[in-house]
Design a protein around this ligand. Structure first.
Ligand SMILES: NC(=O)c1ccc[n+]([C@@H]2O[C@H](COP(=O)([O-])OP(=O)(O)OC[C@H]3O[C@@H](n4cnc5c(N)ncnc54)[C@H](OP(=O)(O)O)[C@@H]3O)[C@@H](O)[C@H]2O)c1
Length: 340
């Protein structure tokens, strides 16, 4: 197939491009040339800004476009308009953040999506309205492409080359050893998807000409924070490092002003009132072939990638001195004995 990726050089797009090339597709990458230009010499590269510069795609014809870099409806409308006659299928990478809340377990694709408040209806503040803007982007693609529109809503995407460090923090932290603060209870469910599983399945869907809306997170069968922590402990041990999780009550973390999700990755407190945030249904995607590699493999590969990159502060996770201070406070409050 001839495939166009709007993006394709950073994280999910990068693995889409890699896998598509591996499968023998002809791949064109459209991006500004700021992020890893020339990463795939086998791919055609067209440089341009998707905001105002999609005319660079004029004259091209592809079997499908995969849009990994759409955040603003106004900008997505430009690529949709430019491509609708030249490209019959449009796969838009959205997010489970389109849902305004997660009030119950097993929330599926029929749940309502967020929208911009009337007083801010034209806002392009992605930091503030990420989910609502993604939902609007979906609608722009669907309105133009109809049955040719594939909308994929990933949860937290993890693995090598993750630019956010929200998952990487955990293998990285355990590999540093010692007592590691871990939020909540071991049996708390967590959801994430390995970028390589997501890329392979997205391509399967595009190759099969599938359309519709799909949540895409995982894994299935479900994993808990305890499973993830055990994998991180094992990966550290394989490197000769001893690490010991210390499970700290979520309410206590709130009292200690520990931030959810970024400062303490993979954690949203129960007080947030989103009981279904980590139990989103992926039944539709699994029925269409979404599969998941073992958590251990994701942890190992993420750690190997993390260890090989130039050392710099992680973009997510707790500062070590704060972690130790919170652990000390937890010890004082519970009478827990520390390791000597
Ligand atoms: N990370 C998560 O956990 C998560 C969860 C759910 C959904 N998502 C969604 O998944 C997608 C992930 O994206 P990714 O960053 O991994 O994709 P990617 O395609 O690997 O990287 C982003 C690409 O977009 C290009 N780009 C950025 N701005 C551009 C512009 N104005 N014009 C043309 N090209 C532009 C960048 O290259 P240049 O800089 O060279 O232009 C880069 O190639 C996003 O849509 C995100 O909303 C992510």
């Amino acid at each position: 197939m001839k495939l166009l990726i709007l993006g394709g050089t950073k994280f999910l797009g990068r693995f889409l491009a890699e896998e598509a090339l591996r499968r023998g597709h002809a791949v064109t990458l459209f991006h500004r040339g700021r992020t890893n230009p020339g990463l795939f010499p086998e791919a055609e590269e067209i440089l341009g800004d998707r905001d105002g510069g999609v005319d660079a795609l004029a004259g091209g014809a592809w079997d499908a476009v995969m849009d990994t870099s759409g955040y603003l409806p106004r900008v997505v409308a430009q690529s949709v308009e430019r491509l609708r006659t030249a490209v019959p299928r449009y796969a838009f990478i959205s997010s489970i953040s389109v849902y305004p809340d997660f009030p119950y377990d097993g929330l599926d694709e029929t749940y309502r999506v967020d929208s911009l408040p009337p007083e801010d209806a034209d806002s392009e503040d992605v930091g503030r309205y990420y989910g609502a803007l993604k939902a609007r982007c979906e609608q722009v693609v669907q309105a133009a492409y109809g049955d040719g529109a594939l909308v994929i809503r990933p949860g937290l995407i993890v693995g090598p080359h993750d630019p956010t460090d929200r998952f990487t923090y955990w293998p990285h932290r355990f590999a540093a050893g010692g007592e590691v603060l871990v939020p909540g209870r071991p049996e708390r469910p967590v959801q994430f998807i390995d970028v390589r599983d997501l890329a392979a399945w997205t391509l399967d869907m595009v190759e099969a000409g599938e359309a519709g809306v799909y949540n895409a997170t995982g894994p299935v069968p479900p994993v808990t924070m305890g499973t993830l922590v055990a994998a991180c402990v094992e990966a550290a041990a394989a490197r000769g490092v001893t690490a010991e999780p210390v499970w700290v009550d979520g309410g206590f973390l709130k009292e200690q002003a520990v931030g959810e999700w970024v400062e303490m990755p993979l954690w949203i407190s129960e007080a947030a009132g989103w009981p279904g945030f980590m139990t989103v249904s992926v039944d539709r995607a699994v029925a269409k072939g979404l599969r998941f590699r073992p958590v251990m493999e994701t942890v190992e590969d993420t750690l190997a990638w993390d260890a090989a990159r130039p050392p710099e502060p992680l973009r997510a996770g707790m500062a070590r001195d704060k972690e130790q201070a919170v652990l000390a406070a937890w010890t004082r409050s519970t009478g827990r004995r520390t390791r000597s």
